[in-house]
Design a protein around this ligand. Structure first.
Ligand code: ZN
Ligand code: ZN
Length: 104
C-alpha cells in the first residue's frame, strides 16, 4: 500500500505541485539532497528517511540496532539470522559480493 501511495505521489498528473516545485529538496539534518524519498519530504520533516529515523525514532548508539521495527540495523540483524539459519555465513556472503562487485 505504501508503495502505491509513493507511485501516485510521483505521478505528475495527480500531483501537479510536484512538477511545479523545482527547488532541490535539502535535508535539514545533514544538508544533502533528498532524492529517494523526495515525495515524502514533508512527511519526514524535510529530512532523509534515515535522518528522520536517527533524529526522532532511533534510541542509543546510531551504530547499534534500536527497538523500532523500521530500524535498518535491526532489519540487517533479522536478515543475518535468517541467512545463518539457511546455512550460510553472512560475513562470507558479503565477502563474495565484494569480490564480484570489484572483480577481485
Ligand atoms: Zn539527511
Ligand atoms: Zn534505529
Amino acid at each position: 500500500m505504501k508503495q502505491l501511495e509513493r507511485l501516485l505521489a510521483s505521478d505528475p498528473d495527480r500531483n501537479p505541485a510536484h512538477t511545479l516545485n523545482t527547488d532541490p529538496k535539502i535535508c535539514v539534518r545533514c544538508g544533502k539532497p533528498v532524492t529517494v524519498h523526495a515525495t515524502e519530504y514533508e512527511v519526514f520533516e524535510k529530512m532523509h528517511w534515515l535522518c528522520f529515523h536517527l533524529e526522532f525514532e532511533h534510541e542509543g548508539d546510531p551504530d547499534a540496532a534500536c527497538s523500532d521495527p523500521s530500524c535498518p540495523w535491526w532489519q540487517l540483524q533479522v536478515l543475518q539470522r535468517q541467512i545463518t539459519a539457511l546455512g550460510h555465513d553472512p560475513k562470507k556472503v558479503i565477502e563474495q559480493a565484494i569480490k564480484e562487485r570489484w572483480k577481485l
